[in-house]
Write a protein that binds this ligand. Structure first.
Ligand code: RNT
Ligand code: ZN
Length: 422
C-alpha cells in the first residue's frame, strides 16, 4: 500500500514542475505549512472524560457516542496515545487541554481550586517535545453545572464558583505560556442555555457579560496568555436559547479585545465559518477556530477533507496572515480507534491548508481582471492538481508515514497497547 521513497520523490518532482507552470512555488508552500501549528484536542483520547473520576454525567449538551475499546484511562495513557498520534502527523503542533485533565493525586480538588501545579506533568511533557499548550476551563460535567447554567446562573454563589474556575484557568494558561515560551490560548465555553422559550433573554446575557468581565479583570501578558470565548447556536437540552450566542460574543470580543472562537458546528447547518473569517479579522487582531464536522447537527464527527474544511483552510490562507488564526480541533468520536481519529482529522486539516497554499495565483488575478468565467474555470481545474504528491513528499521529508501507511502503525499500537485496555 505504501509508496517507496523513490516513487514519492519522482511524483513530487513532476508535481513541482506542474505547479511551477501555474506560478506556484511548492517549496514556499511547504515552508509556510511547517509554520502553522494545529492544536490537538486532548478530549478525543478519552471521550471528554477527564481525570476527576467522579462519575459525573458529561452534560452541557455534549454527547459522545460509541464504545470502541482502548480509551485512555489515565494521564500517562493519554500522553502515550498523543505521542503515537503526533508521530504520525508531519510538522510541530500543540495540545489543547481541558481543566478537568489536571492531575490531582487522588485528592478532591474542586474546579475553583485548580492550580498550575496540577498540570506540572503536562508542562513537562510539552516542554520535552517542544509542543505548545492551550487551555479551557471545564464548565460542564459538574454538580454546579447540572441546571444547565454556569456564568449566567441567576444564583450569585454559582456564578462566583464558575468565575473563580475561569479566573484560575487563565492563570494556568499564563503559566503554560511562560513555561513553554509560546502564548496559551485559553478558551471559555459555557453551556448556558434554555430548553424551552425563556421569558427573559436579556438578564442572563447581562449576567454572562458581567461574569466574563470579572474573569478577565486581571491583565495577563499576551505573550503568555490569550483569552478566547466561544459562541454556540444550541445544544441538547438548550434548544431554545443559548445565552452566549454569536452576536453576544462578537460584540463582547470587539468591545473587550478578546479572541472570538469560531466552532464549525456552532451555526445553522448551511452556514460555514469559512465565510466568517475575513469578516471577523477586520475587527479582531486574532481569532481561534474549533474545526469540527457536524453531520445534520453539532455532532462533532472526525474532520474529513470535505468542501467545508477546504473552504476554511482556503480563507485562513487567503486572508494573508495565518498567524492571526489559531487552529484548534474539536471533535470526539468513540466509535473508532481514538488515536486514528486524531491522526485522520489533523492530517486532513494540514492537507486542506496545503491545498490552499498551493492555490494558483491566476484565480485571484482573474477576479481582479473581472473575468469571472476564468475564475470559475481555474478554480475547477485547480481541483485536479497533484497536491497529493506534494503531501506525500512532505510526510516523507518530515519522517512521518506516507499515504495510508500510518494505519499499520496504529494497528500495531492497538495490538500492543490500546487493545489491551479493559
Ligand atoms: C461545545 C464546544 C466546546 C467543547 C469542548 C469540549 O459545543 O464546542 O468547545 O466541545 O470544550
Ligand atoms: Zn468547540
Amino acid at each position: 500500500m505504501a509508496s517507496t521513497a523513490k516513487q514519492v520523490t519522482a511524483a513530487f518532482k513532476l508535481a513541482e514542475e506542474l505547479y511551477a507552470a501555474y506560478g506556484v512555488s511548492v517549496e514556499k508552500a511547504l515552508r509556510r505549512l511547517t509554520e502553522i501549528p494545529i492544536s490537538l484536542h486532548c478530549w478525543q483520547g478519552d471521550d471528554v472524560g477527564g481525570f476527576e473520576h467522579a462519575g459525573k454525567e458529561l452534560g452541557g449538551g455534549l454527547a459522545v457516542t460509541g464504545n470502541y475499546p482502548g480509551k485512555a484511562r489515565t494521564p500517562d495513557e493519554l500522553r502515550a496515545d498523543l505521542d503515537m498520534a503526533l508521530s504520525l502527523i508531519p510538522g510541530s503542533h500543540r495540545l489543547n487541554l481541558h481543566a478537568f485533565y489536571g492531575e490531582f493525586g487522588g485528592k478532591k480538588v474542586d474546579r475553583d481550586e485548580i492550580e498550575p501545579a496540577h498540570f506540572k506533568a503536562w508542562i513537562e511533557w510539552a516542554k520535552e517535545r517542544g509542543v505548545g499548550l492551550d487551555f479551557n476551563p471545564t464548565c460542564f460535567a459538574h454538580v454546579k453545572a447540572a441546571s444547565g447554567f454556569t456564568l449566567s446562573h441567576a444564583d450569585k454563589g454559582i456564578r462566583k464558583f464558575w468565575i473563580e474556575h475561569c479566573r484560575r484557568s487563565r492563570e494556568i494558561g499564563a503559566a503554560f505560556g511562560k513555561a513553554l515560551g509560546s502564548p496559551c490560548v485559553t478558551n471559555v465555553w459555557v453551556p448556558d442555555g434554555f430548553k424551552d422559550t425563556p421569558a427573559d433573554r436579556q438578564a442572563p446575557r447581562e449576567r454572562l457579560a458581567d461574569s466574563l468581565d470579572e474573569i478577565f479583570k486581571k491583565p495577563l501578558p499576551s505573550k503568555h496568555n490569550l483569552d478566547a470565548v466561544e459562541p454556540k447556536l444550541f445544544g441538547i437540552g438548550a434548544e431554545s436559547c443559548t445565552v452566549g450566542s454569536a452576536e453576544f460574543y462578537l460584540g463582547y470580543c470587539i468591545t473587550r479585545k478578546k479572541l472570538l472562537c469560531l466552532d464549525s458546528g456552532h451555526y445553522h447547518p448551511t452556514e460555514s465559518i469559512a465565510d466568517k473569517i475575513s469578516s471577523v479579522l477586520l475587527y479582531l487582531p486574532e481569532i481561534l477556530l474549533h474545526v469540527s464536522r457536524g453531520v445534520r447537527w453539532d455532532s462533532d464527527h472526525v474532520v474529513t477533507l470535505d468542501d467545508d474544511l477546504r473552504n476554511i483552510a482556503r480563507e485562513i490562507i487567503a486572508c494573508g496572515d495565518p498567524g492571526r488564526v489559531h487552529i484548534g480541533l474539536d471533535y470526539f468520536d468513540a466509535s473508532i480507534n481514538r488515536v486514528a481519529a486524531w491522526t485522520i482529522g489533523t492530517r486532513n486539516m494540514l492537507r486542506a491548508l496545503l491545498i490552499a497554499l498551493l492555490e494558483p495565483p491566476a484565480i485571484r488575478a482573474a477576479e481582479v481582471a473581472g473575468d469571472t468565467t476564468a475564475r470559475l474555470a481555474l478554480q475547477e481545474e485547480a481541483k485536479g492538481l497533484p497536491y497529493g504528491a506534494v503531501w506525500d513528499f512532505y510526510c516523507h521529508s518530515q519522517e512521518t508515514p506516507v499515504g495510508g501507511a500510518w494505519l499499520a502503525d496504529i494497528r500495531r499500537y492497538e495490538d500492543a497497547v490500546t487493545g489491551k485496555r479493559r
